[in-house]
Design a binder for this molecule. Structure first.
Ligand code: SF4
Ligand code: SF4
Length: 173
């Protein structure tokens, strides 16, 4: 793989510690160590077409376990960004919608606010799906874990500037 992560990708010696620690590796069509190997071989297209990059939950366990310091999680995020820019939507087409709803809410409020994020997500995907989860939503509301009026974070301006900067970077969605 050329570019920003090329030198780090080259350091991988296929010990598979990343895959061994990944909580969702079994649900991936290609595992984290295979993602890195394909990138070493220059087969970025195969990785971009995979479900693996969308299955990754960004927990950073792989990166923490890697003895070579390969930033596997950052690679996954970067690949997701490239795939989204190219319109290569995954089979689980809800993932990009979720990412957009998440970052949109953080940009607006300066922090995560669950209700508008969920509203944005379900409005752009499937409202019927939201109805299926209404009992859980009600329970979270009763427990005070789902707030209707979201607070804006004092550092919201800085968060917005950070998100804008991240978006302007090459390869960002
Ligand atoms: S843990 Fe690091 S060195 Fe080992 S296979 Fe994964 S990326 Fe490669
Ligand atoms: S960051 Fe992604 S690839 Fe790495 S361990 Fe977590 S889920 Fe697996």
């Amino acid at each position: 793989m050329e570019g920003r992560y090329g030198a780090q990708v080259a350091l991988c010696y296929q010990c598979k510690r990343c895959t061994a620690g990944c909580p969702v590796a079994d649900a991936m069509d290609i595992r984290p160590h295979q993602v890195v190997r394909l990138l070493q071989l220059g087969n970025t297209e195969r990785v971009l077409e995979s479900s693996a990059i969308w299955t990754c939950v960004g927990c950073y366990l792989c990166a923490a376990r890697c003895p070579q310091g390969v930033p596997v999680t950052d690679l996954m995020y970067s690949l997701k960004g490239i795939a989204m820019k190219r319109g290569m939507m995954p089979k689980q087409a809800t993932v990009p919608a979720f990412l957009r709803a998440f970052s949109g809410t953080v940009e607006r409020y300066g922090r995560l606010h669950e209700l508008p994020m969920l509203a944005g997500f379900y409005l752009s995907t499937d409202l019927r799906e939201a109805l299926k989860h209404r009992a859980m939503g009600l329970q979270l509301f009763r427990q005070g874990r789902l707030h209707i009026l979201g607070e804006r974070h004092r550092g919201g301006k800085a968060v917005r500037a950070m998100l804008r900067k991240a978006r302007s970077r090459k390869g960002s969605p």
